[in-house]
Write a protein that binds this ligand. Structure first.
Ligand SMILES: [Zn+2]
Ligand SMILES: [Zn+2]
Ligand SMILES: [Zn+2]
Length: 155
């Protein structure tokens, strides 16, 4: 299924676009995390939180939750990869930090039922943009790619 907002192709059974976070199916009863009883309109591409129209922030056609810091993550950071597990994300981040590259982890584990286990769940690793190249190189040199999904969408 091609997303009407960002044109990225998604698997047919996903509820939300894995690239921009918009909700595809409006009959799925996913509630806004902040307002029970209100339908979610999208989910945050950083943390995975489902939010309604009122809570949602949109920046450059991507969906973010009500946490203002999340909409700013792509300004300063690049998504290094999605990890295959929270454990994998932490292991990769630890190795990056040990080599002087600060890493942020956002876990979507709580919301993975919404993704239906598409390859963006359950945790994403972000590094500062200027460190992205060094981080990619380090991950390859240290053979950490087994902990990461291969075909990631960048933010
Ligand atoms: Zn999209
Ligand atoms: Zn968020
Ligand atoms: Zn809401």
């Amino acid at each position: 299924m091609k997303c009407i907002r960002c044109n990225v192709i998604n698997a047919d059974d996903v509820l939300f676009c894995r690239n921009c976070g918009i909700l595809f199916h409006h009959d799925t009863n996913v509630e806004c995390e902040n307002h029970s009883g209100r339908d979610a309109a999208g989910l945050c591409v950083v943390c995975g939180k489902p939010v309604c129209d009122d809570c949602m922030r949109v920046r450059e056609s991507k969906t973010y939750c009500d946490d203002a810091a999340h909409a700013l993550v792509p300004v300063t950071h690049a998504k290094l990869a999605a990890a295959i597990s929270e454990f994998g994300a932490e292991l990769v981040a630890k190795n990056l930090v040990a080599n002087g590259i600060a890493a942020l982890i956002f876990s979507q584990h709580r919301y993975s039922h919404l993704y239906r286990f598409t390859d963006d769940a359950p945790a994403s690793i972000f590094v500062r943009k200027e460190m992205a190249e060094a981080a990619h190189r380090l991950v390859e040199e240290m053979d950490l790619t087994d902990f990461l999904h291969q075909n990631n969408n960048t933010l």
